[in-house]
Design a protein around this ligand. Structure first.
Ligand code: FEO
Length: 172
């Protein structure tokens, strides 16, 4: 059984994951409208992943005798100055999510809720991967700068990345 404070903390993480999904969906739409097909599919994919992160938390809260809270969400940014800004925001956002997960881990230990602590380890590992990926991509974007040919190749490569990661995910 979840304590009230752990339940509240998990519910606020549910909201963060849902907002992440919306934020990346807005980025996917922006990129699609700008003709950046690869960047767009990458962001659609990220948005779906965030929804999965949210659902995993929803199920956990309900299974442990809590009540997952589906709440109103903060509206995401829908316009961006450049595709570089998308990836800067992606990294910034993932760092914020990691901090929030770390805080949850901290609370679960304080309350000696080892089941929640164990459940959260999946998120800890996932955040390491997501931050690393966002950093790698942003480094590439910075390297390309204003080079149009570079952007063309980047957009093509990132689409490949999306296709291969979908192939590696069981059930995706
Ligand atoms: Fe669910 Fe990308 O954090």
């Amino acid at each position: 059984m979840l304590s009230k404070s752990i339940e509240a903390a998990l519910n606020s993480q549910i909201k963060i994951e849902a907002e992440s999904s919306q934020a990346y969906l807005a980025m996917a739409v922006w990129a699609e409208v700008k003709g950046l097909e690869g960047v767009s599919s990458f962001m659609y994919d990220q948005s779906n992943e965030e929804r999965e992160h949210m659902l995993k938390l929803v199920k956990f809260v309900n299974e442990r005798g809590g009540h997952a809270h589906i709440s109103e969400l903060k509206a995401p940014s829908v316009t961006f100055k450049s595709y570089k800004e998308l990836f800067e925001k992606l990294l910034e956002h993932e760092i914020f999510v990691s901090e929030s997960i770390n805080e949850l881990v901290h609370i679960s230990l304080q309350e000696k809720d080892y089941a929640t602590h164990n459940f959260l380890q999946w998120y800890v590992a996932e955040q390491i991967e997501e931050e690393a990926m966002a950093r790698t991509i942003l480094d590439k974007v910075k390297m390309i700068g204003d080079d149009k040919g570079g952007l063309y190749l980047f957009d093509r490569d990132i689409q490949q990345l999306t296709i291969s990661s979908a192939a590696e995910t069981p059930g995706a």
